[in-house]
Design a protein around this ligand. Structure first.
Ligand code: PLP
Length: 388
């Protein structure tokens, strides 16, 4: 018999990407779909960033770069980490890859052994779970209740002798929750006490509404030595398609990730790397403009959801609201998955069911959409709820 490898048979396809494919199909059929399932800013990449890419082409920066990423880009990242998070990293402690998703994969492959336990708070971005499984690790879930703020107590309950790593994502996808600095300090202490690796995914760091974020690696030397900080330009600079992500961490880890990347994809696109330098070092006004627009949309969506009688925790960051439909579940709508597929079918509004984040009873709504679409979507959601 010609079998596929076991590892691929246990892998769950990305539900958000699958939903996206379904939506594109419906749009092709000329259905008036409002897509609030999407995980990317609906803004254009800032012009100065695009110009840097054009310039890179003109200068024929179109060849392989260092696997680890252009030195100039790693220096720009080091500068950014010092300015924004007050952490000092040398370029040798930084790696650039094709999106933070790839960087996360590499970090897990490098640090996670067969049957190592990796603590993951729930709800979670599904990719963490699948990538831990791909690395042979065992995801150990920490279910959180609204307002979905991770605490040391939650983690402590799940620590065993096999605990290898803790996955942090703040601001979080799908809840927008931010771990408060006092709690984050306690989490750092716990991680040091139990000698576990910490992966800190800070991809939504620039999209915050009041409560700012702190990098766990910034607290002291000990926690810095066991933390891999992951970030990228996708969300802050509306550059999802450029595929640039990066990690900063202990030199040995970064070296091993570079060895792996060298056998995987080599360097990230040279042109996109040049664009990322312009994004990180250039005018930051577009970032703030986008953040402000997201903030207005957050208010719009929050008001709309309240009018529909739905309960949710107002997100402190990112561009998602995680909404409970638990009280609507019953004979007609048995699960949040059914809720979402009926909302799509009957009202042509796409949102992602909580099942995709291992947290049924909820849906994730992205407000990375135009004001007009959000206003119309709120009307449709209200109509759907009133009629069901
Ligand atoms: N981390 C989180 C929490 C995300 O939600 C995403 C994208 O949705 C990523 C990482 C991946 O971003 P990218 O691979 O575009 O850098």
């Amino acid at each position: 018999m010609r079998h596929f490898a076991a590892r691929i048979q246990t892998l769950t396809p990305s539900p958000t990407l699958a939903l996206d494919a379904k939506i594109k199909e419906l749009i092709k059929q000329k259905k008036n779909i409002i897509n609030l399932g999407i995980g990317e800013p609906n803004f254009d990449t800032p012009n100065h960033v695009k110009r840097a890419a054009v310039q890179a082409l003109k200068e024929n920066i179109t060849h392989y770069t260092e696997t680890q990423g252009l030195l100039k880009l790693r220096m720009a990242i080091a500068q950014k980490l010092q300015k924004d998070s007050n952490i000092l990293y040398a370029p040798s402690e930084i790696i650039v890859g094709s999106g933070s998703k790839q960087i996360l994969y590499e970090a897990l492959q490098v640090l996670c052994d067969e049957n190592d336990e990796v603590i993951i708070p729930l709800p979670t971005w599904g990719t963490y779970v699948e990538q831990v499984k791909l690395a042979g690790g065992i995801p150990v879930f920490v279910p959180l209740n609204p307002p979905f703020k991770l605490t040391t107590k939650d983690i402590e309950k799940k620590v065993t002798k096999k605990t290898k790593m803790l996955l942090l994502n703040t601001p979080a996808n799908p809840t927008g929750a931010i771990i408060d600095v006092i709690e984050l300090k306690k989490i750092a202490k716990l991680a040091v006490r139990h000698n576990m690796w910490v992966i800190a995914d800070e991809i939504y760091e620039k999209i915050v509404y009041g409560n700012s974020t702190t990098s766990i690696a910034s607290f002291n030397k000990q926690i810095k030595e066991q933390t891999i900080t992951i970030n990228g330009v996708s969300k802050a600079y509306a550059m999802t398609g450029w595929r640039i992500g990066y990690a900063a961490g202990p030199e040995g880890v970064i070296k091993a990730m570079t060895t792996l990347q060298g056998q995987l994809t080599s360097n990230a696109s040279s042109i996109a790397q040049m664009a990322a330098i312009a994004a990180l070092l250039g005018n930051q006004k577009p970032v703030e403009q986008m953040r402000k627009t997201f903030e207005k949309r957050r208010t719009l969506v929050s008001n709309g959801l309240i009018k529909s009688g739905l309960s949710f925790t107002k997100p402190e960051g990112a561009f998602y609201v995680f909404v409970s439909v638990e009280k609507l579940l019953g004979k007609d709508i048995q699960t949040s998955e059914v809720f979402c597929s009926r909302l799509l079918k009957e009202e042509h509004v796409a949102v992602v069911p909580g099942e995709a984040f291992l947290y049924p009873g909820y849906f994730r709504l992205s407000f990375a959409a135009s004001k007009e679409d959000l206003v119309e979507a709120m009307k449709r959601i209200k109509r759907f709820i009133m009629s069901s």
